[in-house]
Design a protein around this ligand. Sequence first.
Ligand SMILES: [Zn+2]
Length: 278
Amino acid sequence: MPDHVIRVGDVEIMALSDGTLEFDLCNFFPTIPEERWRPHEAHLHDHHVRFNLGSYLIRADGRTILVDTGLGPRPKETPDVPWGTLLKDFQAKGVRVDEIDMVVMTHLHRDHVGWNLTDAGGRWVPTFPKARYWVSTKDWEACHAPDIQPTRYPNAPSCVWPLADLGLVEFMDGEHSVTRSITTVPSPGHTPGHMCILVTSRGERALVLGDAAHNPVQIQEPDWVSRADMDPDLTRQTRRALIERLEREQILVAAGHFQAPGFGRIVRLEGRRYWRGL
Ligand SMILES: [Zn+2]
């Protein structure tokens, strides 16, 4: 099996990517003094944090589900950006856009909704023509709030809002059963309605982490919040509880912003937790 595919019981999870994004440390983690990064240099690229823009394609219960849709097409003004590659990755991995029948978004930040829709000469059409689109009620409300939308959900007007007019939105709240094997796990903090996606099949389990963590360093330092975390205290609380559960129950993790393909586990060595890629 290629390293971008794992099996969880009867379910298959394939890692896809819309490319990468990089930020200066002080920009993305403004509250963490630089010297605290010194023991964690291995998680950096030339003093920058690099994010994979990961999506996961889940084949379960006869359905094909795409979790998150990246940052979206490259703007015409900046054709050289290192992202915008999701549909190319579909091709490279032999997946067609019309195979997707459910798009599930962990949250509605701009790097998770970018390919939802395609501009067909001034009108929006779904990029995944047979899919319906699942969003959490709380993020749906937040991305329509005039005081936070422009800064926190900048591309919602083009990538999220039109889904309603197209009649394609499905709402999820709390622990929502997406299919028999797939359940949402509310994990608020990064956004009010953030959801992790739990896969359970034949006694095996995996969790699509969403943005409950952005970098493996946060497994060791769960209190390090970034400027993208909308409620810092709730982010810390949620992340600590999740990490404890993932370690205790030895759940396989699919972390979309960690280095691709982002599959790994939380392990404990000499009393401290670490991320170990598969
Ligand atoms: Zn993100």
